[in-house]
Design a protein around this ligand. Sequence first.
Ligand code: 5GP
Ligand code: SF4
Ligand code: MG
Length: 457
Amino acid sequence: CGVFGIWGHEKAAEITYYGLHALQHRGQDGAGVVATDGKKLKLHKGLGLVNDVFKHAKFDELQGRAAIGHVRYATQGDGGYDNVQPLLFRSQNGSLALAHNGNIMNGHKLRGKLEQEGSILQTSSDTEVLAHLIKRSISDDYEEAIMEALRQLVGAYAFIILKEDAMYIATDPRGLRPLSLGRLGDSYVAASESCAFDLVGATLEREVEPGELVIINKDGIRTRTFHEPEPRTMCAMEYVYLSRPDSDINRVNVHASRKKMGVELAREASIDADVVTGVPDSSISAAIGYAEEIGLPYEMGIIKNRYVGRTFIQPSQELREQGVKMKLSPVRGIVEGKRVIMIDDSIVRGTTSRRIVRMLKEAGAKEVHVRIASPSLQHPCYYGIDMSTRDELIAANNTIDEIAEIIGADSLAYLSEEGLERAIVREDLPNQGICKACFTGEYPVKERGQKEIEYTR
Ligand code: 5GP
Ligand code: SF4
Ligand code: MG
């Protein structure tokens, strides 16, 4: 998912709408904006792409100098309208809107407790739990109430919360999900990725720190610590696959880190070939790095139909397979008779690689060597990235040789964990750690009983 917020701008809702466009790649199931004029909170949300949801939106009905927005990628809870964010809760002593990216691992448990104590939850999303916890806090001080509520959550989160008179921004104590702060003139902005700042003309200032609560209101901006910060473990997949190449996360540019993943991969697993190509769009940066490092040209061996959505975000395997076919095509003139190195950012189920190897061979490629610019994915993510169950991960159940055979590659190699670390982590900056749990199985945040519960999403 992607979140955006702005405080102190007369066109707050419109700017949020533009910000959501820049975050569209983070979720295509639904989108919404909540704006406030200081008296009321108004919501517009819907299922589908930002463009469709706001096609008939009347921005003059979303007036006010503060707004938050969300693009949804349905991982937790079902994909229905009720679960589209921001979630808006009204009550006699003021309203509350929430936008969340991540996954609350003890959400289910907390829901159970809340329901037992008489709460009626409107959605099946884990996000709603936070609103109830805030509301039920015994503290009358709103900041304290939010901090107390956040301390009860276990998991990964980037939250933007809007009230009539303040905006609150927080990330989990490990900083698993990205959340940046910026400025647009006199206004404050926050977004999952800095590419959203560029689009609206804002400048990136810094990342929200692990365990930090940022408070913005008429008096300006303040920061508090709601949880003793733990070493940062920013999601490595943000760099590998999820984020846009023009974003900076923790002062590391995503394109630059991907290019380095390609360079590291080339150092670890080069092979004699004629051309290097990448699977558009997410692996092009890595393919360029790989090609540069081994001194071969990077070629557009595969092109993408830009009017077909992300293949991964399809509800069934059949649709996903069809999606890949419609989305990617080989460039015969480039691959015919050639030994091709094909770079992809990751292999989850193997759908993409299998299709592409076949496609390249049908287009006349003599050999296809698959190089993956991240380590093999063997463990589920509990922190809000949809890689579904362990059963579906091809690398959890097969050796590298077996995978090569399944996808029809002449050879297959992955980037090492150390290579990934070197490509992302800057030694010259403090607290730059990354989460690699889906590769290593070492989870930075554990919920009691996590191992026993089979992951069902
Ligand atoms: P597969 O086709 O092996 O199931 O998935 C890997 C491909 O899906 C890669 O090309 C990657 O760019 C793309 N992809 C789309 N969404 C995701 C995601 O959420 N995680 C990962 N690791 N890859 C994804
Ligand atoms: Fe990211 Fe993988 Fe960690 Fe999930 S387990 S937060 S996808 S690095
Ligand atoms: Mg891809």
